[in-house]
Design a protein around this ligand. Structure first.
Ligand SMILES: [Zn+2]
Length: 240
């Protein structure tokens, strides 16, 4: 009896490990599951549905333009972005980040559904609104990919305000100055539900904007800082 239970447990463990490894393999090499692709330049977008050429090209141009003004320089020749429109595909590929609109994985990134004609992200039927457009999301996630190229395993030591604030700073279409953003945000507390649900990071962007704009920090200084969010915010407050 005991032996039978042991054997069943062993097989369950083997089966679960196989499933987990297959999932990691699928997310690491997703190309075969995306039939359509567009782009020959810096960014290629792949999708499970046909990509309208005009909307698709415009999207790629916009995302590339946002990345070009990034202080973080891309090193690879090309970056792939995968759009999961079908429900099952979105469920499958978004297992690591169930509620996210997008996420970066090694040298590529995933976006939940896309409306290329309107430049909007579509997440379980919810249509994202500006400033968090499809191009914003593309530039945001690819900035994570590029930041990972620069940091490697040091990524684990990069504080969250830099890790999320920098992509937000890069991807936002109209980049406010430090003073504009500080005045717009005021002293209101951080809206945690907004941050969790929509990945909106204005407070982190404010800190990044401060160190880049006022302190003249390079992107390497940002990625190498170990200041916590509280310490960084304290420095910003002391400036007033
Ligand atoms: Zn992010």
């Amino acid at each position: 009896m005991l032996r039978a239970i042991k054997r069943a447990l062993l097989w369950t463990a083997v089966a679960m490990t196989t499933v987990a490894l297959s999932l990691v393999a699928l997310i690491t090499w997703p190309r075969p599951l995306f039939a359509f692709a567009l782009g020959a330049g810096k960014i290629v977008v792949a999708s499970d549905r046909p990509i309208p050429s005009a909307g698709g090209e415009r999207f790629l141009d916009e995302c590339e333009r946002l990345l070009e003004r990034s202080p973080l320089k891309a090193t690879r020749r090309q970056y792939w972005l995968y759009v999961t429109n079908d429900d099952w595909r979105q469920r499958l590929f978004f297992i690591p980040h169930h509620d996210a609109w997008g996420y970066a994985w090694n040298d590529h990134a995933f976006l939940s559904g896309a409306d290329f004609e309107r430049g909007r992200v579509v997440h379980w039927g919810y249509v994202g609104t500006p400033p968090r457009t499809l191009a914003y999301l593309c530039a945001h996630e690819l900035t994570h990919v590029i930041a990972l190229e620069h940091t490697g395993l040091d990524r684990l030591h990069v504080p969250t305000w830099v890790w999320e604030g920098l992509p937000d700073y890069v991807a936002i279409e109209r980049r406010e100055t430090f003073a504009e953003l500080r005045d717009a945000l005021g002293d209101r507390p951080v809206d945690i539900p907004m941050r969790v649900k929509y990945g909106s990071y204005p407070r982190y962007r404010l800190l990044v904007t401060y160190f880049v704009e006022r302190k003249g920090w390079s992107v390497d200084q940002l990625l190498q800082t170990r200041l916590t969010e509280e310490e960084a915010a304290e420095i910003v407050r002391a400036e007033r």
